[in-house]
Ligand binder design. Structure first.
Ligand SMILES: NC(=O)c1ccc[n+]([C@@H]2O[C@H](COP(=O)([O-])OP(=O)(O)OC[C@H]3O[C@@H](n4cnc5c(N)ncnc54)[C@H](O)[C@@H]3O)[C@@H](O)[C@H]2O)c1
Length: 335
């Protein structure tokens, strides 16, 4: 698998993954439409590598996709609309990109016989779990348009294995964090606001639980699946740290040198799943995956990146289409 096509390689996780593949000696082509979430800068010095080809284009463009897929041994598919809040007012875009875009890639992978197609997905497809954890066999019960579009694309991808023998693997990871994430997501949103001396707002009482996984740990898991996964299989990638949003906020306040006076509360957003949890023993036992980053170290590294790179995130905060649900400060903390 020396020549790898990475879709969405200018986004948050995709750009970390591309750098990882280049270090491993692979030739990489990035296909990215450079939506509001994609930036060449995310690839940094990797853009100078003779082993990297950057193609600005849409995964829905079947002629372009055909042209690229036939020149590669493997496809790792990150490109997606990825922000839940946006999916509330642009569900059609999510379905088009995430489902039909995935189908365009799969169809090319079928016709040009790639050796591996890794479809990158999320724990959100399992829906909320009050207790216990979802194995790869758990039912898909998504509650928001983003998660529904990912669940649909997972099923289309797996159907291409069963129907046509396309060597598909699906990865489902928990919430990623790390340097250079778009500031619409909760960690960079809170960090950038706190670094600017502004307030942040928690949904409800901040009781929702998420598993926080460093982006490099997810990339480790995806690379293991790319090189050693079994076709037709799904791999949960977890092992981060479970935190309520309240506890996460406490840690971020500490890292940013801010206090609870900076925190307010807003009404819970619609369909805000109370808790996600996955059993990730399959990838640990079969491929030797083990997350390596402690949360405290990862958060310190992440906050440090935002401190040192305001030129990278400040312009993104002015994006007029950015969702506003989490940025209003309504009340002083009552806890
Ligand atoms: N961020 C997380 O915590 C997380 C967790 C689990 C799974 N995932 C999944 O991982 C993948 C990457 O997530 P991310 O956080 O890096 O997302 P991101 O929003 O940062 O990046 C998405 C990238 O896809 C590109 N893109 C969007 N539509 C495109 C199109 N039609 N054609 C070509 N490129 C297009 C964007 O320009 C951007 O570079 C997504 O599939 C997401 O569902 C993310």
């Amino acid at each position: 698998m020396d020549r790898v096509l990475v879709t969405g390689g200018a986004g948050f996780i995709g750009s970390h993954f591309v750098k990882r593949l280049l270090k491993a000696g692979s030739e990489v082509t990035v296909l990215d439409a450079l939506t509001y979430a994609g930036h060449r800068e995310n690839l940094g010095d990797a853009m100078l590598s003779p082993k990297l080809t950057f193609v600005e284009g849409n995964i829905l463009n079947d002629q372009l996709v055909d042209h690229l897929v036939q020149r590669h041994d493997a496809v790792v598919h990150f490109a997606a609309e990825s922000h839940v809040d946006r999916s509330f007012f642009a569900a059609g875009t999510f379905l088009t990109t995430n489902v039909l875009g995935t189908h365009t890639l799969l169809d090319a992978a079928r016709r040009f016989s790639v050796e591996r197609f890794v479809h990158v997905s999320t724990d959100e497809v399992y829906g909320p779990l009050v207790t216990g954890s979802a194995t790869e066999q758990a039912p898909l019960l998504p509650t928001v348009p983003y998660a529904a579009s990912k669940a649909a694309s997972d099923l289309v991808a797996l159907s291409y294995f069963h129907t046509y023998g396309v060597p598909v693997c699906v990865t489902r990871s928990s919430n990623n964090y790390g340097p250079a994430q778009h500031p619409e997501k909760i960690i960079p949103l809170f960090v950038t606001n706190l670094l600017k001396g502004k307030g942040v707002s928690l949904h409800g009482r901040g009781e929702h639980v998420r598993n926080w996984l460093h982006v490099e740990d997810n990339c480790q898991g995806i690379e293991l699946v790319l090189r050693g996964g079994t076709s037709g299989e799904v791999y949960n990638i977890g092992g981060g740290t479970d935190l309520t949003n309240l506890k996460l906020t406490e840690l971020l306040l500490g890292e940013c040198g801010a206090g609870w006076a900076s925190v307010g509360y807003v009404a819970d957003r619609r369909s805000n799943d109370i808790r996600y949890a996955m059993d990730w023993s399959k990838i640990a036992d079969s491929l030797g995956y083990q997350p390596a980053r402690a949360l405290e170290d990862g958060l310190a590294e992440t906050v440090d990146w935002y401190r040192r790179n305001p030129d990278r995130w400040a312009p993104l905060l002015r994006n007029p289409t950015a969702p506003t649900a989490q940025v209003r400060l309504l009340a002083k903390p009552g806890i």
